[in-house]
Design a protein around this ligand. Structure first.
Ligand code: 5GP
Length: 209
């Protein structure tokens, strides 16, 4: 049986990864979103078990000690982690899984899943990223500067991702990500049995011609 494919959406803070992800998973079928665990407090409208599993520091550390994360990071003073068992279980069942994580986590995922598909989301310019972070209006200038500093280090490794999805226009970025997932799903490696069967049709039906 075909194993599930792992897709990783990554990119700097302010690139719009979360919004793109929401649109992609509501459009494509057979794609499971891995809900991360975090120690940050829920924002308005965020639900436990849907947007994140919200945990205390102690709960998070205990999960980490038990080796329950595929990867975890501490970012902007909060901890984030990808639960291991659910992702592995779904991939074994042949279900495709998508993660939406920051770049350090993506690097760790690559060590364990070199065959995963990495999609880097970014606006087409650094100035646009800066404009968006400032326009959010939810943060102090000091925090915006910190996010931009981190973004500059994240751009240094942009060459290592499989795909770049430019997010200047949301619809167009969502279309790009959907096209990438569809194309990756259509790779012949995912249809080994069918490919063998169809390729041998000529031999088995030769006498009917
Ligand atoms: P936010 O607090 O805005 O929801 O997320 C902050 C950052 O953490 C975003 O860049 C998001 O992609 C990233 N993030 C969310 N969950 C995880 C996770 O499980 N692992 C890693 N490495 N990053 C995550």
């Amino acid at each position: 049986m075909r194993k599930g494919m792992l897709f990783v959406l990554t990119g700097p803070s302010g690139a719009g990864k979360g919004t793109v992800l929401t649109r992609v998973i509501t459009t494509l079928s057979g794609l499971a979103y891995s809900v991360s665990v975090t120690t940050r407090k829920p924002r308005t409208g965020e639900l436990d078990g849907i947007h994140y599993y919200f945990k205390t520091e102690k709960e998070f550390d205990e999960m980490q000690e038990r080796g329950e994360f595929l990867e975890s990071v501490c970012k902007f003073k909060h901890k984030y982690g990808t639960p291991k068992s659910k992702v592995k279980e779904q991939l074994e069942k042949g279900i495709d899984v998508i993660l939406e994580i920051e770049t350090k986590g993506a690097t760790k995922i690559r060590e364990e899943f070199p065959e995963a598909i990495f999609i880097f989301i970014t606006p087409s310019s650094y100035n646009e990223l800066a404009r968006r972070l400032r326009n959010r209006g939810t943060e102090e200038e000091e925090m915006v500067k910190m996010r931009l500093k981190i973004a500059r280090t994240e751009y240094r490794s942009i060459g290592q991702y499989d795909y770049i999805a430019i997010n200047d226009d949301l619809d167009s970025c969502v279309d790009t990500v959907i096209a990438i997932i569809k194309a990756e799903r259509a790779r012949k490696i995912n249809y080994e049995d069918l490919v063998k069967k169809l390729a041998s049709l000529y031999r088995t039906h030769k006498n009917e011609e």
